[in-house]
Design a protein around this ligand. Structure first.
Ligand code: 13P
Length: 317
């Protein structure tokens, strides 16, 4: 029998999930229907924290490849699936491990802090991993004059340098989705919605961070939308987050911030959107594609992730 509608997929995914005792994780940037069927939806930090505690033989990570790798590193004995292996990340791609190793050698004595949007090979070269949800606090856990390399996102790195008064050495990487938002178009939009608050992910460029009412990770922006008391928001991060924002605050208005690309009104990550209900169903059925990471790499990459999780326990939000 052929599987056709979202409802059919939903039913079959739930049945397979039960049969295989699987857990589905989804990032806020996934398609709405995938977020709705997931056991846990969250930002990069929350998903890593949840993955560490999962007690199930099969985990499906609905996100991009580095997120699947992070889960596998934290849960090496489990079967970790991603619906589409082609779901990459421009930021992770902007930081090749051998180039990063050279960069580290050019800056002896520096502690290496890497954003979670990196390959396992880059994490293995790192002292402590951060996400946009804990970068400030983790950087501030080091003395002010302590020399630090921060990679690969230069916009997040610049933002953290600015708010902490540091001068970390930055790797020159960026996310193609967050770099494309148009400040001019957002200012125009603000004229139409003068009461709107501008929500900005720290992977966006500095001019956008400057006009923001709130800068933060997807979870921080969602919390602000829910709790701030304002009703209208222009949202400058991947548009998948709007699903959760609208779901949590059905009476509020959320407008996807426009990008410089005139052909589209918002910004979507084409990698994140490669995952579909059909592929989620098929990956659970076939237990493929699976994430594989070399045991020696797991050992090296696990340390800086665990250090992040340990340091994050002390953060009060
Ligand atoms: P979050 O830390 O907000 O989940 O950011 C994830 C991400 O990949 C942004 O590009």
């Amino acid at each position: 029998m052929s599987v056709k509608s979202t409802e059919d997929f939903k039913e079959r995914i739930l049945r397979l999930k039960k049969e295989k005792n699987a857990v589905i994780l989804a990032h806020y940037y996934q398609q709405g229907e995938i977020q709705d069927i997931a056991d846990y939806v969250g930002d990069s930090l929350a998903l890593a924290q949840i993955a560490e505690k999962i007690d199930a033989p099969v985990i499906v990570m609905c996100g991009v490849h580095f997120m699947g790798e992070t889960v596998k590193i934290l849960c090496p004995d489990k079967t970790v699936l991603v619906p589409d292996m082609e779901a990459g990340c421009s930021l992770a791609d902007s930081c090749d491990a051998s180039d990063f190793e050279k960069f580290i050698k050019e800056h002896p004595g520096h502690t290496v802090i890497s954003y979670v949007n990196t390959t396992a090979a880059v994490k293995a070269l790192t002292d402590v991993v951060v996400t946009s949800g804990n970068a400030r606090e983790i950087v501030e856990s080091f003395p002010k004059e302590h020399p630090i390399i921060f990679g690969p996102d230069k916009n997040l790195g610049n933002y953290i340098n600015g708010i902490t008064g540091r001068n970390m050495v930055l790797w020159d990487g960026a996310c193609h989705v967050h770099e494309k938002f148009s400040v001019d178009k957002i200012i125009e939009l603000k004229k139409q919605y003068p009461e709107a608050k501008i929500l900005v992910h720290p992977e966006c460029k500095k001019p956008l961070q400057i006009i923001a009412d709130k800068v933060g990770s997807t979870a921080v922006l969602l919390k602000y939308a829910k709790e701030s008391g304002y009703d209208t928001f222009i949202v400058a991060t991947e548009s998948g987050i709007l699903h959760q924002m609208k779901k949590s605050c059905p009476d509020k208005t959320f407008i996807a911030a426009p990008s410089t690309d005139s052909t589209c009104g918002c910004n979507e990550c084409n990698y994140m959107k490669l995952n579909t209900m059909k592929k989620l169903y098929e990956c659970l059925k076939n237990e493929s594609p699976q994430i594989h990471v070399d045991a020696s790499l797991i050992e090296k990459a696990r340390r800086p992730i665990e250090r992040m999780l340990e340091l994050s326990k002390q953060i009060k939000k």
